[in-house]
Design a binder for this molecule. Structure first.
Ligand code: ADP
Ligand code: MG
Length: 699
């Protein structure tokens, strides 16, 4: 149950004065539906009205507050009339110089009333010089001398959306801030004192009341306090989930190794030390009576799939079933294709279940699954469907984790009669700081290094003015039988245009390179996409033009060239993933990053990093530095929590402290019953980490 003290903050914005249905919608667009969303929507700028020059010395371009006497009104000539293009001018002076207040599309009678000739007014707005004259278009404030107290010296500026006036949003946020209750202090008193941090409410109001640009920085103590609150909530929740999972009775899964031995014998290679070690860690977890929740991290091509397969076989040897879940159909099919021969060698029954399996096929698979006639099921999130029931799920493996969040991990664990062990695999090297926020609830195995024999991919960065050279390079390589990916970026907002660009590129390449150019994109239907992929695998097509659907996991060892067009539009992590699609076989590979100039500073730095290193962890750290964490994995698809106040690039130091703080707190007071514990519950609800709170016993 949400604590009553937070009720006002969970009210909808429409309950605020001045927020009607239209404004509500616009506010929802920039911030959210509830007061809570408003108070966490911190300003992105500040207007300083404290500059009060004499007009003769006023600097044009600045916001200024001046005391003026109205001299006369100059109306637009009648033939332009009200609402015409000519402005309405109000001539004023402060004794040192004169200035025109300028109004377009204004109501004349209103202007005559607020700015009567001969009256004195305090006016605030941006001063401009036009030819030789000073003017101020649409002053922000026009006050009578006695009303000066109503003039805010400093005003926060909020990010807007079209149609939403700054004043409306600022007013709504002020009203929401007024509803922030006095919260019980959830931080340790000594800690607060040592840091000289203000209480939550003061810090929040302070962050909304900047006086200068430096007050907007995440480095201010007010921002840091708020960030710490959010990070602490995040860490508490993860540790609570983790300890609950671990305390949850799991089962002992310990096979005899006969299936694994057969598969290992069938492999055309020996496992790397990194693979062996990860496998040992996984098997130890599975053999323990607690539930496993382990992350298997390994750079692209590190060889995670085999490790997953051997873990699944361990579950099968122990008499249970295994599930392997991947984010896309392509990946599922690929896993199926590479693992089925191994399964056959071991006499293990595998099946596939994606959104595409429907009707009788699906029914049959489900029936066999329930009877235990399928040992390992591979599938997309279709595995989450209500009607999917295993006879006895022992281990669930989730591939390419960054598309799944804590939520789904918990859901998957609910499948099967008894709580299954969970192994999560990710190819996205995650910086340490971020790993803590996203995977703090898991134990981590890392496959360091890559299988032997891999040659580093030669990376070149070049301008699209040299596209002809790139195509020539491709032509020569094709003559020698090479296979290449050609990636065109897909930006969500302009999906259609980009798709057209990819189609056009494929067409152009076909005209110069001949018919062995294929095309694959995310809008294709499954079978079409498989066909494109298969043709490339077989070598029927030698160049595969693709949007980023090939980003994750696709494995064609014969491909040795990766061309990325508009490389400047990709993030580092994405570029790294793309480059990881080549260099998988024994042959030497190259990656051509083709950009469209001129390059911005960040894009330049990104491409330089790509040229200099292929270490995924180095790249991930650099990515974090360049972009800020939220964007790191692509906001929408990432399992990394979005922070509202914390900025992982700026607040990494606080995260480590929050981690220790949360651990200590939960050791002392695992049920959060003490005074601080109760306050921390409020914190968890405030930052909507309810999943964790629900794990606590009531009281
Ligand atoms: P990822 O970690 O990116 O999922 P994969 O599991 O797809 O990597 O492995 C990449 C390639 O390396 C595959 O073709 C796989 O067969 C091969 N591979 C895996 N382990 C080894 C190994 N120990 N020695 C040689 N090749 C290996
Ligand atoms: Mg993989």
């Amino acid at each position: 149950m949400r604590p009553a003290i937070l009720f006002p903050l969970f009210a909808e914005t429409r309950t605020l004065p001045g927020v009607g249905p239209r404004i509500e919608k616009l506010i929802d667009h920039v911030a959210g539906k509830r007061l809570l969303d408003l108070i966490f929507d911190l300003p992105c700028g500040v207007v300083d009205r404290s500059y009060r020059p004499k007009l003769a010395k006023a600097e044009p371009g600045r916001i200024a507050t001046v005391t003026l006497t109205v001299q006369d009104h100059v109306k637009p000539r009648a033939k332009f009339a009200q609402g015409g293009r000519q402005p309405y001018r109000v001539r004023c002076t402060d004794g040192t110089a004169s200035i025109d207040l300028i109004f377009f599309h204004s109501h004349w009678d209103y202007l005559e009333k607020t700015l009567p000739t001969g009256a004195q007014r305090v006016v605030s707005g941006r001063i401009e010089r036009y030819k030789d004259k000073l003017q101020m278009p649409h002053p922000d404030y026009v006050l009578e001398p006695g009303q000066e107290r109503d003039l805010p010296l400093h005003e926060p500026i909020y990010a807007l959306t079209e149609g939403l006036p700054q004043k409306s949003l600022a007013k709504a946020i002020r009203a929401a801030l007024d509803k922030v209750p006095v919260m019980p202090e959830w931080q340790d008193a000594h800690f607060l004192k040592a840091r000289k941090w203000a209480p939550f409410g003061d810090a929040l109001r302070g962050a909304h009341a900047p006086a200068r640009d430096s007050d907007l920085s995440p480095e201010t103590e007010m921002h840091r306090r708020l960030a710490y609150d959010e990070l602490l909530a995040n860490q508490l929740a993860l540790i609570m989930i983790r300890s609950r999972m671990r305390a949850a009775k799991g089962r002992v899964l310990q096979g005899h190794g006969h299936l694994r031995a057969r598969v290992i014998a069938a492999l055309p290679f020996a496992l790397t030390p990194g693979q062996v070690q990860s496998l040992n860690e996984i098997e130890a977890d599975m053999a323990a009576p607690n539930r496993m929740l382990r992350l298997l991290q390994g750079d692209v091509g590190a060889g995670k799939t085999v490790v997953a397969m051997l873990a699944l076989l361990n579950a099968v040897e122990a008499g249970t079933q295994g599930a392997l879940m991947a984010p896309t159909e392509i990946l599922c099919r690929q896993h199926m294709a590479s693992l089925e021969p191994l399964a056959k060698a071991a006499g293990v029954r595998m099946a596939l279940l994606t959104g595409r399996e429907r009707g009788p096929t699906r029914e049959a698979t489900l029936a066999r699954l329930a009877l235990g006639e399928i040992d390992i099921l591979v599938g997309t999130h279709a595995l989450f469907s209500e009607d999917v029931a295993f006879k006895d799920l022992g281990l669930a493996v989730v591939d390419e984790q960054h598309r799944f969040g804590v939520h789904q991990r918990m859901k998957l664990q609910g499948k099967g009669a008894s709580p299954a062990d969970v192994l999560v695999m990710t190819a996205t090297p995650i910086p340490r700081t971020l790993a803590l926020t996203a995977y703090g609830d898991m134990d981590v195995s890392r496959i360091m290094g890559r299988p032997p024999g891999r040659k580093p991919v030669e990376t070149r960065v070049l301008s699209d003015e040299r596209l002809i050279e790139v195509v020539e390079h491709l032509r020569r390589a094709m003559q020698k039988g090479a296979r290449a990916y050609w990636v065109c970026p897909l930006v969500e907002e302009s999906e259609k245009i980009d798709l057209a660009a990819a189609e056009e590129r494929a067409g152009a390449l076909r005209r110069t390179l001949g018919p062995k150019v294929g095309l694959m994109h995310g809008k294709m239907k499954g079978p079409e996409r498989d066909a494109a992929m298969d043709a490339f695998k077989r070598g029927d097509t030698q160049v595969l033009v693709a949007t980023t659907v090939i980003e994750v996991g696709v494995d064609v060892p014969e491909a040795t060239i990766m061309v990325v067009e508009h490389a400047e539009r990709f993030g580092l992590a994405q570029l790294h993933q793309l480059r990881g699609r080549v260099g998988r076989g024994a042959a030497k590979s190259s990656c051509l990053l083709v950009y469209h100039g001129p390059l911005g500073e960040t894009a330049k730095a990104r491409l330089k990093t790509m040229r200099e290193t292929d270490d995924g962890f180095v790249i991930a750290e650099e990515d974090l530095r360049l972009r800020g964490a939220g964007e790191l994995l692509g906001k929408r698809q990432s399992g990394v929590p979005e922070f509202r106040l914390a900025d992982l690039a700026a607040h990494a130091d606080l995260l480590a402290i929050a981690r220790d703080d949360a651990k200590l707190m939960l050791t002392r007071d695992p049920e959060l019953k003490s005074e601080r514990g109760q306050a921390l519950r409020v914190l968890l609800y405030l930052f909507e980490r309810d999943e964790a709170v629900r794990l606590l016993r009531t009281g």
